[in-house]
Design a protein around this ligand. Structure first.
Ligand SMILES: Cc1cn([C@@H]2O[C@H](COP(=O)(O)OP(=O)(O)OP(=O)(O)O)[C@@H](O)[C@H]2O)c(=O)[nH]c1=O
Length: 661
């Protein structure tokens, strides 16, 4: 039997596996199928009692999983997939359906029910062929299920608990994994082993054979293929125009429009492993002819609703230094990563799979590996690493944002709720511990490294001889300035506790003009003299009253012709958009947002996301806010700064230059 031809039919198609199950991905990868993984958001909450038999539940769930992904991908204007595959595995014992256990007690209940008995494992599979016609999605759905009987030995309580504590049961139907430790519990298996693991590969290939090589006239009486037909030449695998075996002519496939409605009636058929067709009727319309289907899944809302999960997965993977390990030792299997970082295998595998689904990692049979973007931005040692900002987001911004509701009600920052202590001064809070200080400095350094070039080149600054970067932290912008303007002497002015910790952030072995660091508090202490003052991401930290104090100090020191350069996210006048194309922040972290925007979000989302979320970010932790161009202009003009020019960089920070007259 030649196996590859049926799968070869999928070679030129965009195939999507609508499943987060690593086992399904592995089974299909192992046979050389190329596909994308887009886990389904369909919640497995169908009413079990409404199904006459357990397999019907599995088939319908598989179908809904695949439909959700097909619709979502179409709605999001991603290229509509050609084929979407969904699957659902359940365990059935005494007519009861067991899915994945919710906790250890649940796993114990499940395994106790299976103990010493035979049970059935059903996997329902749905294969949806999609076509986009006049921007409407048309679908043809084929489904089937496979049953495998499994018998457990008589197992002691002790053994069951030992198995449960291994962590293996938690993400598996029935609470066991036959392919790993769970195999030790099993006395016999009757049927397809891979069906138990999560995907009935043999039946799947037969189904493809039926679809792509429908029976010819002379053997039409044999409805089913008992084996996968062989194809002699490679050319036969292509989907040429002339192909006569188009699956759409196959009567087993039911036709649906984008709402998942069967266009040719509501009778839903399914074929079991012994070829018996079973069926039930899906009510498609009520008596008035009105569709009873709920409205289409609002994918944008769902994406925003769940957006925090993606953020948190990224933050935790960074915090655990998974990307660092993969950069130096990858590709690695989940178990090796778990051993390296001292985490559970089952938890680590889930996190890695989530990261793979989010486009952060590549998953191959050799294991997980970083994408190029991750190597550049998420490993801690990269030149343009965002790692510092991500750790700051995880440890500091996340707890603050969980108190957003109180921040909105009270109109003030939430440090007391998030960290159990009253906020004094923004930076005193960050700097109260050595760890907090370094984390915050690393965060600021990350963003400054990424934005320094844009800020330094937004205007021609070559006429200035000396510059003072107030609150310039690690000197990342200052170093960029001295590189671009070799005649410019730059002084970084920041709090003593910052200056004491800058050595870690200084580049080694680079021969650039030196930057001078001076310590002091820009509200209280004398400022160094300069003909260009710089405030990069400073004004947004403070309310107007404090800004007036600072600007009047700077203004008093400026001679006519001296200038002030302000780098901030400038909002448009209606405060409905950031004034630039790249989004500042989708949820809690602007650093993560760049990556998420690149990797996960579509263009539409990028354009609609607003920097106003950054203003919420300021609300939960500071007394400041993001401002529009005219708001900055008004503040600056009150202190004698005129000729205010605003340059929208198209990157995270915009730049304002004004001159003291
Ligand atoms: C009995 C058994 C099950 N499983 C796994 O159990 C999950 C079932 O859950 P599902 O809902 O069908 O899939 P999922 O993992 O939630 O993914 P999704 O398709 O996204 O819903 C799948 O993973 C299967 O491999 C094993 O790995 N080994 C076994 O012996």
């Amino acid at each position: 039997m030649v196996l590859s031809p049926v799968l070869g039919k999928l070679v030129s198609k965009r195939v999507v596996l609508a499943s987060a199950s690593p086992r399904r991905q592995e089974i299909l990868t192992n046979v050389g199928l190329r596909f994308e993984v887009v886990p389904s958001w369909f919640k497995e909450t169908l009413e079990k009692s409404s199904f006459a038999a357990p397999f019907e539940y599995a088939v319908e769930t598989a179908r809904q999983k695949a439909l959700e992904v097909a619709n979502r991908m179409h709605v999001k204007h991603m290229r509509t997939p050609d084929v979407v595959i969904g699957a659902d595995t359940i365990v059935s014992v005494d007519e009861q359906i067991l899915e994945k256990p919710v906790d250890k007690q649940d796993a114990y209940r499940m395994l106790s029910r299976l103990n010493g008995k035979e049970h059935s494992v059903f996997t329902g599979v749905a294969i949806i062929h999609c076509h986009s016609k006049d921007s409407k999605l048309e679908m043809e759905i084929t489904d089937f299920y496979e049953e495998t009987k499994v018998k457990f030995s008589e197992l002691s309580e002790e053994l069951l608990w030992e198995y449960i504590h291994s962590g293996e049961p938690m993400d598996k139907a029935g609470g066991y994994g036959i392919q790993a430790l769970g195999g030790m519990l099993v006395e016999y298996v009757h049927g397809d082993f891979l069906n138990v693991v999560g995907f009935p590969l043999n039946h799947f290939c037969k189904k493809l054979a039926e679809l792509y090589y429908p029976p010819s006239k002379h053997n039409v009486q044999h409805k089913k293929y008992d084996s996968i037909p062989s194809v002699d030449t490679f050319e036969n695998l292509s989907d040429g125009e002339s192909e006569s075996s188009n699956f759409t002519e196959h009567k087993g496939a039911s036709k649906l429009d984008s709402s998942g409605k069967h266009s040719s009636g509501g009778v839903y058929t399914s074929e079991n492993s012994s070829g018996v067709r079973t069926g039930f009727t899906v009510p498609l319309e009520n008596q008035n002819g009105v569709s009873q289907r709920p409205p289409e899944v609002p994918s944008k809302i769902l994406e925003l609703m769940d957006g925090f999960r993606a953020s948190k997965a990224l933050l935790v993977a960074s915090k655990l230094k998974i990307f660092d390990h993969l950069k130096h030792k990858g590709p690695l299997k989940a178990v090796d990563i778990a051993n390296e970082i001292g985490t559970s295998v089952c938890g680590t595998e889930r996190l890695l799979d989530a990261c793979a689904a989010l486009g952060l990692l590549e998953k191959t049979p050799q294991g997980y590996g970083n994408t190029d973007s991750v190597n550049t931005f998420l490993t801690s040692d990269g030149e343009y690493s965002l790692h510092g900002y991500i750790i700051h987001s995880n440890d500091h911004l996340w707890p603050l944002f969980t108190n957003l509701e109180s921040a909105i009600k009270e109109g003030s920052r939430q440090n007391h709720r998030a960290f159990g202590k009253k906020a004094e001064d923004l930076f005193k809070d960050y700097y109260h511990s050595q760890e907090g200080k370094q984390c915050f400095m690393a965060a600021m350094h990350s963003i400054a490294r990424l934005t320094a070039r844009d800020v330094a080149t937004a205007f021609d600054l070559s006429r200035f001889k000396s510059a003072c970067d107030l609150g310039g932290c690690t000197g990342a912008l200052a170093r960029e300035l001295v590189q671009i303007y070799p005649n410019l002497k730059v002084t970084v002015f920041d709090l003593p506790e910052v200056i004491a910790n800058i050595s870690y952030f200084q580049p080694s072995g680079q021969h650039t003009a030196p930057v001078t660091f001076v310590s002091g508090d820009f509200f209280k202490d004398k400022l160094p003299e300069a003909d260009l003052y710089i405030l990069s991401r400073i004004l947004h930290d403070w309310p107007d009253e404090k800004i007036h104090v600072l600007l009047s100090k700077i203004s008093a020191l400026c001679r006519p012709g001296s200038a002030l350069l302000v780098a901030e996210t400038v909002l448009d006048e209606q405060k409905t958009h950031p004034s630039r194309a790249v989004l500042q922040s989708l949820s809690i972290t602007e650093g993560c947002a760049i990556l998420l925007a690149e990797m996960v979000l579509d263009d539409e989302k990028k354009n609609r996301s607003t920097a106003l979320l950054q203003s919420l970010n300021m609300l939960v932790q500071t007394e400041g806010k993001e401002r529009s161009g005219s708001e900055y202009q008004a503040l600056l003009e009150q202190h004698g700064f005129t000729n205010v020019k605003i340059r929208i960089t198209g990157n995270l920070l915009d730049v304002i230059l004004c001159v003291k007259t």
